[in-house]
Ligand binder design. Structure first.
Ligand SMILES: [Zn+2]
Ligand SMILES: [Zn+2]
Length: 240
């Protein structure tokens, strides 16, 4: 028996003894997420607002800026969020972030495959929104850095985890309005070495886009350090 066939037999035995199950609802399924759970994900497809990533309900064809982005143009060039931050996606993000459950990553990959961000040209640098070292030590990992591989598989060579640093441990943003969030974040981020960022097209990766204040503050310091443009890509986005 050849090595490949042997692995095939081993895999069949394993599936017989431990049938694969859906990461969300635990029903037996051939894969990591069942069709029913996948159907419950609301992907944010066109027409979308490229300025904040929200889905547009208007009948105007194509992506276009929403009233809010027309009123206050964002610092970043574009925002792309794969899907709405609702169950079951929010549950998977929660399991990853607060329980360190890495078993959700294959399911997240399948979700992203349904509606992936635009392909990279290879000239970008991928920067995950950083955690403060204190939080990183507590959690043991930065979920945004893990999501870079989920959102852009095979592009680890473009990942730069040390370009952007979180200087200040900020209070939780929940419950704060836009102005209070901006104040809370002021001076929280810094670019480690401006030369490394200069003239670069940055793709900033985060888990969830809420009000955009965190990515706006990161964009501000990256652009000030000389980045040519900042594109924001997140796995999920809250519904307004
Ligand atoms: Zn399921
Ligand atoms: Zn917008």
């Amino acid at each position: 028996m050849q090595r490949k066939e042997f692995h095939g037999v081993l895999s069949s035995i394993k599936n017989l003894l431990f049938p694969p199950f859906c990461t969300v609802c635990c029903k037996p399924v051939a894969g990591v997420i069942c069709g029913n759970c996948l159907e419950n994900i609301t992907f944010i497809r066109s027409p979308r607002c490229p300025g904040c990533g929200r889905g547009m309900s208007s009948s105007a064809p194509g992506d276009h800026l929403c009233a809010s982005c027309l009123r206050t143009p964002p610092l970043f060039s574009t925002v792309f969020a794969v899907a709405l931050y609702q169950k079951p996606l929010s549950t998977l993000v929660h399991r990853l972030k607060y329980q360190g459950d890495m078993a959700v990553l294959p399911a997240l990959r399948i979700i992203v495959e349904q509606h992936p961000p635009a392909r990279l040209t290879g000239n970008e640098i991928l920067i995950p929104v950083p955690l403060h070292t204190k939080r990183l030590r507590q959690r043991g990992f930065n979920q945004s850095a893990l999501l870079v591989d989920v959102l852009f598989p095979g592009n680890k060579s473009l990942l730069r985890v040390d370009f952007l640093q979180r200087h200040r441990h900020t209070d939780p943003q929940t419950g704060l309005d836009g102005r209070a969030r901006r104040k809370n974040l002021k001076g929280a981020f810094a670019v480690r070495n401006g030369v490394l960022c200069s003239g670069k097209r940055v793709v900033l990766v985060d888990d969830v886009y809420t009000t955009g204040s965190t990515v706006a503050e990161c964009s501000r310091v990256l652009l000030r350090a000389g980045a040519s443009e900042v594109h924001v890509v997140t796995l999920a986005r809250v519904k307004e």
